[in-house]
Design a protein around this ligand. Structure first.
Ligand code: CAA
Length: 388
């Protein structure tokens, strides 16, 4: 990182996040991976370090940072543990709809608790039959007096079972397709709001991914985000445009963390009477990986800066950085396992966890096939003379 290219706050955040990742996260990463349990001690350390509200505006108790600030922190956390990286970043995903479209009252109700690290928030868009095709969701929200009654099921809800709030997308007008979707903040403890199946996952095992069951779950009208029905799908898409660089930063952190370990190992490992990193074939792999990681990081930062500048057309660069960084992460973490040879395939070394954690980054917040679709649609529109 060339520090002069970043604000003082960004450099400070990066340093604080790195210290916390090394001192608190790395020592317990394997334990929580095996146990598949949420690391409350890590959550407390993030809270105590004052990092919970990096992306939340100052007037609601946050640090007022942008997407770049968020990415710098997520990269450092993920360098030590990908699960802890996303356990943190998912709070940005869940709270962006409030920041983007909530009323002042709604922001005042929910953001300060998240900024203080007292409350966690999740994001409920996907369903069993509505993954990539998010607009085909069937969870219903029906108006009844001054409240809405929600019925249905949400799937792959990251952090849902530990969150106090969940931003739930539901259909208020089934005749309008994606234009009939609305967003609600549902609070833990609301009757009819239940945590369902806990997924048993390949990676990011310390963060729970659960089903959310909504069974005549009644929420006040005041919880309809933005106060208007039919805005939910756009709110979700605008949120994902802002959140995907966070996944990309998680991927960069994982790749960098894996390369750090591979650099150390290939320096120590002796074969044929010399350290493995003295072979040109290994050196070229290390050079390629470092170059790919830096290219991915720069694209993530370019996307984050574009978003933070307030530019209107952020969809394409956001999708591009998610696509590139997560594909790089999968390749780099796989190659790093290769550099560890037989040891890399065994759980005595932490490297295989990086490869398992990296895989999900190509899948969630839109598969990389969806990212390509989003990029291609924008390219074709630009070619036809429209805005990007
Ligand atoms: N910004 C603003 N508006 C947008 C938009 C954007 N980026 N993208 C689409 N819209 C608007 C369109 O303009 C359109 O509006 P009108 O009806 O007014 O014309 C409307 O939304 C519908 O758009 P499309 O016709 O393009 O929608 P589509 O059905 O073809 O779907 C898609 C597009 C890109 C495939 C979208 O469904 C998508 O992103 N799918 C992936 C969903 C996803 O990322 N899910 C992950 C959820 S989070 C998760 O992984 C779990 C977790 O907890 C971490």
């Amino acid at each position: 990182m060339i520090e002069e290219l970043y604000t003082k706050q960004q450099v400070d955040l990066r340093n604080r996040a790195r210290e916390l990742a090394e001192n608190v996260m790395r020592p317990v990463a394997a334990k929580y991976d095996v146990a598949q349990e949420y690391p409350w001690e890590v959550q407390k350390a993030i809270k105590d370090a004052g990092l919970s509200g990096v992306w939340i505006p100052k007037e609601y108790g946050g640090l007022g940072g942008g997407v770049l600030d968020l990415c710098l922190v997520v990269e450092e956390f993920s360098r030590a543990c990908g699960g802890m990286g996303v356990g943190f970043a998912v709070n940005a995903l869940g709270s962006f709809p409030i920041i983007i479209s909530g009323s002042d009252d709604q922001k005042e109700r929910w953001l300060p608790g998240i900024a203080a690290g007292e409350k966690l928030i999740a994001f409920g868009l996907s369903e069993k039959m509505a993954g990539s095709d998010a607009g085909s969701m069937v969870t219903r929200a029906e108006k009844d007096g001054d409240s809405y009654v929600l019925n249905g099921e949400k799937k792959w809800n990251t952090g849902g079972s530990v969150a106090s709030y969940n931003t739930i997308f539901a259909v208020t007008n089934p005749e309008r397709g994606a234009r009939g979707v609305s967003a609600f903040v549902v609070e833990e403890g609301t009757p009819g709001y239940k945590i369902g199946k806990h997924e048993d996952k390949m990676g990011i095992r310390c963060v729970p991914v659960v089903e959310i069951h909504l069974d005549n779950c009644r929420v006040p009208e005041a919880n309809l985000l933005g106060g208007r029905e039919g805005q939910g799908f756009k709110q979700a898409m605008i949120t994902l445009d802002r959140a995907r660089p966070g996944v990309a930063a998680q991927a960069v952190g994982l790749a960098q963390g894996a390369l750090d370990l591979a650099m150390e190992y290939t320096g120590e490992r002796q074969q044929f009477g010399q350290s493995v990193n003295s072979f040109q074939g290994i050196q070229w792999m290390l050079a390629d990986m470092a170059t790919q990681i830096e290219a991915a990081r720069q694209l993530v930062h370019a996307a984050a800066r574009t978003i933070d500048s307030g530019h209107k057309n952020i969809t394409k660069i956001s999708a591009m950085c998610k696509l590139m960084a997560t594909d790089v992460s999968m390749k780099v973490t796989t190659d790093c396992v290769q550099l560890f040879g037989g040891y890399g395939y065994c759980k005595d070394y932490p490297i295989e966890k990086y490869m398992r954690d990296a895989k999900i980054t190509q899948i969630y917040e839109g598969t990389n096939q969806v990212q390509r679709l989003v990029i291609a649609r924008k390219l074709l529109r630009e070619a036809a003379g429209g805005a990007s």
